[in-house]
Write a protein that binds this ligand. Structure first.
Ligand code: SF4
Length: 374
């Protein structure tokens, strides 16, 4: 694109964005804290799913200080259901870093922003450009797809050299006088008009500059990546219930540590409150016995055998997880440091993953079907 065409291209896209941009809660103003929270929530999560979480989160934590001072449990409770909980932990850790540096305001340089927990190049560029109009171009999946179609680029966009070239293209396209609007306009175009399937080229403000459209190949770009082979994971969870109907939930790792979950159990189970869970690649009853007798030191009686609950399925990117939950009735729950004893209803109100929620709901369903006490 020569300099005249580039100027027209920028103007067309910016004009379109300023008229047609979606009304999103994080666009109310350019407060860096609000931009930051929205960018973290939007990572790998759809806009429609983020909106209610964002509104609740901002209502409870309107600024860096309130987020830094909250308990981790409350932060996770407000994040519960949004997934990828490491994001919430890092967000709070970064807020604490900012407060510990006794700042009254969000850091203003790219280096300072990059030093915060959970912030990489993309998020730093998004915050710095939108909040402070720093000329830093963002490159995410949406922007990469738009550039690939504009330039009729073939091949796997995530291949490292190709991704670096895409970043260079994004840098060249950036409108230096309005970097915040520009980045949002590119992302908005990718999210609404230049969508992954069926790009709406007739409505596109930059159609005249698009090589992919001219060649009639826009819809087939970007070319499909080789999919990572899916992995099946089988787990056994024990819903331990005492005579009063209370169940045992194990705690997430301690705040401010990077403690990893048991290697055999995906972190999405053990990174929040969860039922005792073990990997069970083959025999589920044997795995359950190992969990109960070896790990939890529980002696089972023949009079009250574990009851198999409905199987739970859960998919996280390439991982296809099947959980085989069992209800285990005990006179007394085992004493485990930090564990909670509570009803299933109260368990459902804690910060738990969707997977743990499904296990709890399988137990609730069993209770309704059998009219049992739990
Ligand atoms: Fe995307 Fe079509 Fe616009 Fe090209 S013309 S950028 S393919 S929507």
């Amino acid at each position: 694109m020569d300099s005249v065409a580039l100027k027209q291209f920028r103007q067309s896209l910016l004009n379109w964005f300023r008229v047609y941009q979606r009304d999103l809660p994080w666009r109310e103003n350019r407060d860096p804290y609000r931009v930051w929270v929205s960018e973290i929530m939007l990572q790998q999560t759809r806009v429609a799913a983020v909106i209610p979480y964002y509104q609740k989160f901002l209502a409870r934590f309107p600024d860096v200080k309130s987020l830094a001072q909250a308990s981790q449990q409350e932060v996770l409770r407000l994040w519960s259901g949004l997934g990828y909980y490491r994001r919430a932990r890092n967000l709070q850790r970064a807020a604490q870093q900012i407060v510990a540096q006794r700042r009254d305001e969000f850091p203003r340089t790219r280096e300072e922003v990059l030093a915060l927990s959970g912030i990489g190049e993309y998020t730093a560029a998004a915050i710095m450009s939108i909040a402070f109009d720093e000329p830093l171009a963002v490159l995410d999946g949406n922007v990469a797809r738009v550039i690939a179609r504009l330039d009729a680029l073939r091949g796997d966009l995530r291949q490292p050299q190709r991704w670096r070239n895409l970043q260079l293209s994004a840098n060249q396209l950036l409108a230096p006088e309005s970097p915040g609007d520009w980045n949002q306009a590119m992302m908005e175009l990718g999210a609404t008009v230049c969508a992954p399937k069926s790009p709406q080229c007739l409505l596109c403000p930059v159609a005249q500059f698009c090589e992919g459209r001219k060649l009639g190949i826009a819809e087939s770009l970007p070319e499909k990546r080789k999919k990572r082979a899916s992995v099946s994971i089988q787990l056994v969870s024990a819903v331990l219930q005492d005579a009063s109907g209370k169940c045992l939930l194990l705690p997430p790792p301690k705040a401010a540590t990077n403690a990893k979950a048991d290697d055999h159990i995906p972190s999405l189970v053990a990174s929040l409150w969860h039922f005792p869970t073990i990997s069970a690649p083959s025999n589920h009853r044997v795995a359950l016995n190992n969990l109960l007798q070896q790990e939890l030191k529980i002696k089972l009686t023949k009079s009250n055998p574990p009851v198999s609950l409905n199987k739970v399925r859960h998919t996280v990117t390439y991982r296809l997880i099947s959980v085989f939950p069992f209800l285990v009735r005990l006179k007394r729950l085992p004493k485990i440091p930090g564990a909670k004893r509570l009803t299933l209803e109260r368990a459902l109100a804690l910060p738990i993953s969707n997977l743990t929620r499904k296990v709890a709901l399988a137990a609730v369903k069993y209770r309704s079907a059998t009219k049992s006490k739990i």
